[in-house]
Design a protein around this ligand. Structure first.
Ligand code: GLY
Length: 420
């Protein structure tokens, strides 16, 4: 074990010592090494994006890397491209961790490049992913007024998709006919964060109310009895009645799509942070427990927990990154054995992700290998995908913040200072 690993193993034990119930050591994550690795990959990516011309085209945003490539495949900034916010978000987190001014300059330019998304009419719920992870992180780290205003504008725009009769946001306006009603997808829980934030940072209080309503209604209808999530819930837009839960990106209507469950864990943990309503905290634990109950030994899920092809089916590192980040936060809201269980599970996931099996290293410019985008559509299967990198770096950044709070003797509820 390297010295830095030993230090973090001890720090983790000291964190878990908040629950004096167990003396069992938490798993070791080489945090300094992992952050330095991410910083190096970011520089490698920027260098490749500059190419021979030495100039970056900021209208093209890194999205994925297949196993036949070593550099990012980029997609244009447009409302239909849901992943545009992750790469600027990666740059903001890397800047936060390193203070590297070159990264700051690139984060600003890539964020500014997303302005057309703020100004365009809302296309779907993904406006939260694109604008909050770019402009939201930009405001958190710079305090610049223009970034705050962009988030408020996007929140107002997203709110126009709310149907008050149903009580949720229409996630995919383009798919109403396909699903036979008002559709709400599990991923949409993530984008409530922008609405909660806006309501507390100069926006209308109505934004809080609709985010609360969406989380509550989703909790009532979007889960099976065992707390596994459907990908899609369909409602009657005129009466608000729940029609059915069904699948889109998972294996089938009754399976547990790994990233969908990950969005649920993150979404309800965040909703508890924003509302202090303990029903959401209890629910976050139930959906987390369901996910944790059926993981492979390496803590990285198959793309769908119920794919009959397991163990031959692909893993989804992106789900693991989302869950690791949210379990760190969830662990900070509770005490005792359960807190340590979530914290240790997150560390095990991060330890697995930093292993050669999942780390991209010299293979390509991303942080991580082995994510799955949309398996049923045959898209991005066993790829490096930018949102895996975003939530991985967020998890590492949160872990760093938790360890710093702990060593300063501050309250373990680190999110009070860490949230956007
Ligand atoms: N939000 C789309 C996905 O998780 O693939």
């Amino acid at each position: 074990m390297k010295l830095s690993q030993a230090v973090y193993a001890i720090a983790a034990l000291s964190f878990s010592g908040l629950c004096s119930c167990s003396a069992v050591k938490s798993p070791a994550v080489d945090l300094d090494n992992s952050l330095a690795y991410c910083h190096n990959q970011v520089h490698k990516s920027l260098s490749a994006l500059r190419g021979d011309s030495g100039t970056i085209d900021y209208s093209m945003i890194p999205r994925n890397i297949s196993d036949s490539s070593t550099t990012w495949h980029c997609r244009p900034v447009c409302p239909e491209e849901w992943c545009s916010g992750f790469w600027p978000g990666v740059l903001w987190y890397d800047y936060e961790n390193t203070g590297d001014k070159e990264i700051l300059a690139e984060a600003e330019k890539y964020t500014d490049a997303l302005r057309p998304l703020v100004d365009a009419p809302v296309y779907d719920h993904d406006l939260g992913f694109t604008v909050f992870l770019s402009y939201g992180n930009a405001y958190r780290l710079t305090g610049k007024e223009e970034y705050r205003k962009a988030v408020l504008a996007a929140a107002d725009s997203l709110a126009t998709l709310f149907n008050p009769t149903v009580g949720t946001i229409l996630s995919w306006p383009r798919n109403v006919e396909m699903f036979g009603g008002h559709n709400t997808i599990m991923d949409n829980m993530m984008n409530l964060e922008m609405l909660f934030w806006a309501s507390k940072n100069g926006g209308n209080s109505y934004l809080y109310d609709i985010a609360f309503s969406h989380a509550e209604k989703t909790m009532q209808h979007h889960f099976r009895d065992d707390y596994s999530a459907y990908h899609v819930s369909v409602y009657n837009p005129e009466t608000g009645d729940f029609i059915r839960g069904c699948n889109h990106q998972g294996y089938d209507d009754n399976s547990m799509w790994a990233r969908g469950q990950a969005w649920a864990i993150y979404g309800y943990t965040m909703t508890y942070r924003e509302t202090s309503d303990r029903r959401f905290l209890d629910f976050a634990q139930k959906v987390a427990d369901r996910y944790l109950s059926d993981l492979p030994d390496d803590m990285i899920p198959y793309w769908d927990f119920d794919d009959p092809a397991r163990p031959e089916s692909p893993k989804d590192a992106s789900a693991a990154c989302v869950v690791a980040s949210s379990l760190l936060e969830l662990s900070s809201y509770i005490d005792g054995d359960k807190s340590k269980e979530y914290y240790d599970a997150a560390l095990k996931m991060l330890a697995s992700l930093e292993s050669d099996k999942y780390r991209s290293g010299n293979k390509n410019d991303s942080f991580l290998l082995h994510s799955v985008g949309n398996y049923p559509a045959g898209s991005e299967i066993d790829y490096s995908i930018v949102y895996a990198d975003y939530y991985y770096l967020e998890a590492l950044t949160r872990l760093k913040g938790m360890k710093a709070s702990e060593s300063n003797g501050e309250n373990k509820n680190f999110m009070a200072s860490n949230k956007r």
